[in-house]
Design a binder for this molecule. Structure first.
Ligand code: AGP
Length: 609
């Protein structure tokens, strides 16, 4: 999604803003720009394409400023172009803004501004409306002008605005799009996300919905909707700066695949007490709350939804509560049955996916208790939930989610174990055995990663295939959907996942010589059934790659290759089975020369509907 950056300091705003924009590139964008107040006017430089294009056009500028704002745009209204890039200005260039989000009533605002104020719009964007709105209300006080402007706007927005006549001040406001303020020594930042400022500051304020920030080089003042100053705790960011770098890997995605053992361990240990009981710090849900739930919804998008598919089976199996999993964009509009006995679990890596956020709000409105599984501390989903289980995966930069997925699975297991044990359905023996299985996962994932050359050679053999299927049963079915999404989104191959038992109801018609099929057979109690499915597929000439636990030799006799994963209890094998699929997708995309970390048309966090 779009990224915004603002800097207020003694000088050098141009470099700090450009640097901040570069740190936000991972959010996905199609153009970039900056605005600086210079001698009573605002200089705007913006260009479609990469930030490097913007740097080219400003390298000859001999001006700089003490404050500035910048933007990386991911087009929602108006095609990618120079004129549609941000920042946008009002008609006399005395106000400039950058915006992340969507102004839903921009068409009526444009009509009103054109008819009543004779304003001529330059761009096709919704965002330009904001600059003109602030412009008509500006009378020397930018803060008040922004307040008046946002009163007329509907939609989602994180905005930063500057005025030529107040060249020491940035005013920012947020509603349903992320915004963070960073405190430096003699300078301050405002941005969509922490990496934009991590090189310069470690102490940040998370800005809440409907709050406004007035930022100068010496102060960060946060105001609530009533215009009252808000006292907010500073959050200390513990990531090291290069956590957002690649650590020597060719791509963030490979780095993050290799971070999974550590991320899994971190997520696990932070939730275990010395006596191996589950630590519920920050969770206000009580045993009594738990016992009154008679239904659970797990709602998410994309990879997070696939983690929910695994969560459903594990929670039902351990806690005997019916669990329904749904994609957020469907859940919101299907009148779900919710009351105060419903637990709503939102899963989101970014914590800013608007579909998931709106689904959470819908559930909350109807009385559900909301527990979220989120990777970004202080993100909107986290802040709007009653309780949060954080995944401790660290920043996930690659658009294709990997370590967030496996740590989301860990949270699903912990929630299932806690519920099952609290309800007396998981006895000590079962509890201890599953916990030891979870603790053994980092080393087992490591051993799969050490075997990645085999997966690379399989990818080299099959990277030209245009028909790739992923099939499985039970927990393997959910993992198949994740494997297929990984391949689709970074190699652009038209991949397809289906429950293996469903093949005979139509899809098996596609099984021919040109098909490549990943057959996941890690569930012991379904293994025989999977062997028969594989035989049916093989009989039609498709190439088959099996994924199974070590020692399952029958599969090797009826497939072209088998990728073995270490022995483990059925219930935790999704964490292991997904790793070869992540690696396969990565190597295929690499062979195909695709942009692995920033696939075309995709964004790291989809903060629009
Ligand atoms: C996953 O690889 C994709 N990038 C995408 O499906 C993602 O999982 C989805 O947009 C949900 O994002 P979230 O977890 O940040 O809510």
């Amino acid at each position: 999604m779009c990224g915004i950056v603002g800097f207020a300091g003694k000088d050098g705003a141009k470099e700090k803003v450009i640097d901040g924009l570069k740190r936000l590139e991972y959010r996905g964008y199609d153009s970039a720009g900056i605005a600086l107040p210079i001698n009573g006017k605002i200089e705007i430089r913006k260009h479609v394409g990469e930030i490097a294009n913007l740097e080219k056009i400003i390298q000859d500028d001999d001006f700089d400023s003490s404050i500035g704002i910048g933007h990386t745009r991911w087009a929602t209204h108006g095609a990618p172009s120079d004129v549609n890039s941000h920042p946008h200005a009002n008609r006399d260039n005395s106000i400039a803004i950058v915006h992340n989000g969507i102004i839903e009533n921009y068409i009526e605002l444009k009509a009103w501004l054109s008819s009543d104020y004779g304003i001529k719009f330059k761009s096709d964007t919704d965002s330009e409306v904001i600059a003109h709105l602030i412009g008509i209300y500006y009378d020397g006080d930018l803060h008040q002008a922004v307040n008046k402007a946002v009163e007329q706007m509907r939609g989602a927005y994180a905005i930063a605005a500057i005025a030529a006549d107040e060249p020491d001040k940035i005013v920012a406001v947020r509603k349903d799009a992320p915004l963070v303020a960073g405190q430096g020594d003699g300078f301050n930042f405002i941005a969509s996300d922490i990496p934009a400022m991590l090189k310069y500051v470690r102490s940040v304020y998370f800005i809440e919905n409907n709050e406004t920030v007035v930022l100068t080089k010496d102060s960060i003042r946060i105001y609530n909707e009533e215009g009252k100053i808000v006292k907010r705790e500073l959050y200390h960011v513990s990531w090291n700066a290069d956590a957002a770098e690649k650590d020597g890997y060719d791509h963030f995605m490979m780095k993050e695949i290799h971070e999974q053992p550590k991320a899994i361990e971190e997520t696990l240990v932070r939730r275990l007490n010395p006596d191996d009981s589950i630590n519920l710090d920050g969770i206000s849900m009580t045993k009594e709350d738990l016992e009154q739930f008679n239904k659970i919804y797990i709602v998410a998008c994309g990879t997070a939804y696939h983690a929910g598919l695994v969560g459903k089976l594990t929670i039902e199996r351990m806690a005997a509560i019916p669990v329904e999993v749904d994609v957020a964009s469907e859940f919101r509009y299907r009148e779900p049955f919710i009351d105060d006995k419903t637990l709503f679990i939102a899963i989101s890596q970014s914590g800013e996916t608007l579909d998931t956020l709106e689904a959470l709000r819908e559930a909350k409105k109807k009385g559900a208790r909301v527990l979220s599984v989120v990777n970004v501390v202080g993100s909107s989903v986290a802040r709007e939930s009653d309780d949060v289980f954080y995944t401790w995966a660290g920043p996930e930069i690659a658009v294709a989610s990997t370590k967030a997925y496996t740590t989301q699975l860990i949270c699903m297991y912990l929630i299932a174990l806690y519920m099952g044990r609290t309800k007396g359905l998981v006895d000590d023996t079962r509890y201890e055995s599953i916990l030891s299985e979870l603790k053994a996962l980092p080393a087992k994932v490591e051993s799969i990663l050490n075997n990645k050359k085999k997966i690379e050679s399989i990818a080299r053999k099959y990277y030209k295939r245009e028909k790739v299927f992923f099939v499985g049963r039970g927990l393997d079915s959910g993992v198949s959907f994740e494997g297929s999404l990984k391949l689709k989104e970074i190699s652009y191959i038209n991949s397809f996942a289906i429950a293996a038992g469903e093949l005979k109801h139509g899809t098996i018609a596609l099984m021919e010589e040109d098909a490549l099929v990943f057959a996941l057979a890690t569930q012991d109690f379904l293994y025989e059934k999977m062997v028969s499915n594989v035989k049916e597929i093989a009989a039609r000439g498709a190439r088959i790659i099996g994924v199974a636990k070590e020692g399952r030799k029958e599969l090797a006799e009826i497939t072209d290759e088998v990728i073995y994963i270490p022995e483990a209890d059925d219930i935790v094998t999704p964490v292991l089975a997904v790793v070869p699929l992540q690696l396969f997708a990565y190597y295929v995309a690499k062979e195909r020369g695709c942009n692995i970390d920033k696939p075309k048309n995709l964004a790291k966090s989809v903060t629009v509907e």
